[in-house]
Ligand binder design. Structure first.
Ligand code: HAM
Length: 469
């Protein structure tokens, strides 16, 4: 067999979405749009503005902010080397831009600058797809000198995040978050409470079912290290009764042992010292005030001393929200305070608090509780017959669409029966029938599909009639 023939017989490869990623299709995307629209509206009423961030950032940004030992940074990021800009290409561009003379002037007068630029451009940079957006918001706050703006700065974002986790229900490798951050100004407990009130208001608007808020305080630089040491000492005493993950965490991050879902460890963990009993005076007062502020706003919560969160930047207030119908991945929102993060990224001392909602899980929960919209059919199907009717049909479609109706205009003429069948399949509410008679008389036929009734309407009356029905 010659090569050409072999190629012909080869079946083209069928591609599939990569594991952990998925396509979102209509009509489900209508629900996504409604959720996002509600977020825009609710967040605006709390004075938040939208920030749009890059999808990838220097790997170092996440390593610093989220923490090098966290699961997210140590095993879940999609990281790649950004191809270095080509040295030769750079020289050629300089030549083009400066002309030969300018170029030699540039190289002779600024040899050090040239060397530096070439070095900067040819060094391979590691970049990562963002696993979360708080680090980016802080980076942007610093980069744009937002500390000069009236404080606090209140920002929200929505979009895809990437983590190489084991996919399961409610857990994807590309997932979507809707998040908000308050940066700068004070760390007044009313800010913590208002941020939480905002998420709860948003969930309320969406009629999300079974919403439960859990809160905790994990202390600060003063009191947490002492508590962590105490915890480590206590954990070492029971080390042999713990599983391998928890054993490892005694060394790396004892707080994360509190997160453990391993059944055999639960009784042991319940007996461990609790951070609430070891907060310094300032942290204890802050936490008590956050609870008072939540009460003031009639926000219901449950305290959970084991809520420590999986990112390193948190201090004091942490919180998580669960909702109905999600199975084991039931956290639909997580957040907390992160004073000091902006400083850690090279900015001025700045207070910060925020949250991120897992939009995929939010949608899943809404669907499970029957809050998903049903597929929207077309308003009007235009059944046109005969060349004479073509121009009239195009005009009718244009006018109807301008008035906001959803219109299906078949591209080629169809037999009457087939047209009605199509209209039915598309769930159209009305069929506008345009044949020779209608075009000559100017009296169009409008059929209501639900009951099969027909009526005559003039072109001028059509839109007013449809709006009435
Ligand atoms: P996080 O807890 O890592 O926090 O993520 C927040 C939410 O994103 C989770 O509660 C969950 O609903 C959703 N989520 C996380 N991973 C996945 C996944 N693989 N598949 C589907 N959904 C997922 C943060 O990301 C922080 N940046 C939140 C924050 C903002 N804290 C302060 N400001």
């Amino acid at each position: 067999m010659n090569e050409g023939a072999a190629k012909k017989e080869e079946k083209p490869r069928r591609f599939q979405a990569i594991r952990g990623t998925r396509d979102l299709l209509p009509p489900e995307t209508a629900l996504w749009n409604r959720v996002e629209q509600t977020a825009h509206e609710v967040f605006a009423t709390f004075g938040f503005g939208e920030i749009r961030l890059p999808i990838f950032e220097p790997t170092d940004l996440f390593a610093r902010a989220v923490g090098g030992d966290t699961d997210i940074v140590s095993k879940e990021m999609y990281t790649f080397a950004d191809p270095a800009e080509n040295y030769l290409e750079y020289i050629q561009r300089q030549l083009r831009e400066l002309g030969h003379e300018g170029y030699s002037k540039f190289t002779n007068e600024n040899p050090e600058k040239l060397r530096q630029e070439i070095h900067d451009r040819s060094e391979v940079m590691l970049v990562s797809l963002r696993p979360e957006a708080t680090a980016s918001v802080c980076r942007a706050y610093i980069e744009h000198g937002m500390q000069q703006l009236p404080q606090p700065v209140k920002l929200y974002y929505m979009g895809p995040m990437f983590r190489r986790e084991r996919p399961q229900k409610g857990r994807y490798r590309q997932f979507y978050q809707i998040g908000a951050e308050v940066l700068g100004g004070s760390d007044a407990p009313a800010i913590d409470a208002e941020v939480i009130e905002m998420v709860m208001t948003f969930f309320d608007q969406l009629e999300l079912q079974g919403v439960q808020l859990e809160i905790n305080s994990i202390g600060d630089r003063n009191c947490r290290p002492k508590y962590v040491e105490l915890l480590r000492a206590e954990l070492l005493k029971v080390k042999d009764s713990l599983g391998p993950d928890s054993q490892r965490r005694i060394e790396t991050n004892p707080l994360r042992v509190l997160d453990s879902k391993v059944k055999e460890e639960q009784a042991i963990i319940e007996k461990l010292p609790r951070i609430g009993d070891h907060l310094c005076k300032e942290c204890a007062e802050h936490y008590a005030a956050v609870k008072r502020e939540l009460d003031l706003r009639a926000v219901k919560y449950r305290e959970n001393w084991r809520l420590v969160r999986g990112l390193d930047y948190y201090m004091r207030t942490t919180f998580e929200i669960t909702a109905q119908g999600l199975g084991s991945q039931d956290a639909v929102c997580g957040g907390g305070r992160y004073d000091g993060l902006v400083e850690l990224l090279g900015g001025p001392p700045t207070k910060g608090i925020g949250f991120a909602i897992g939009e995929d899980r939010l949608i899943l929960s809404l669907q499970e509780s029957g809050k998903a919209p049903v597929a929207q059919g077309r308003d009007v199907y235009i059944a046109w017959m005969g060349e004479n009717a073509r121009a009239t049909a195009v005009r009718a479609a244009r006018e109807l669409r301008k008035a906001g109706f959803s219109v299906e205009l078949p591209p080629v003429e169809q037999k009457f029966g087939k047209a009605l069948g199509q209209a039915d399949k598309l769930g159209a509410k009305y069929t506008l029938i345009l044949g020779d008679n209608e075009v000559t008389s100017g009296e169009w036929t409008l059929k209501t599909l639900a009951d099969g009734t027909q009526r005559k309407v003039s072109e001028q009356q059509l839109i007013a009639e449809l709006k009435k029905m």
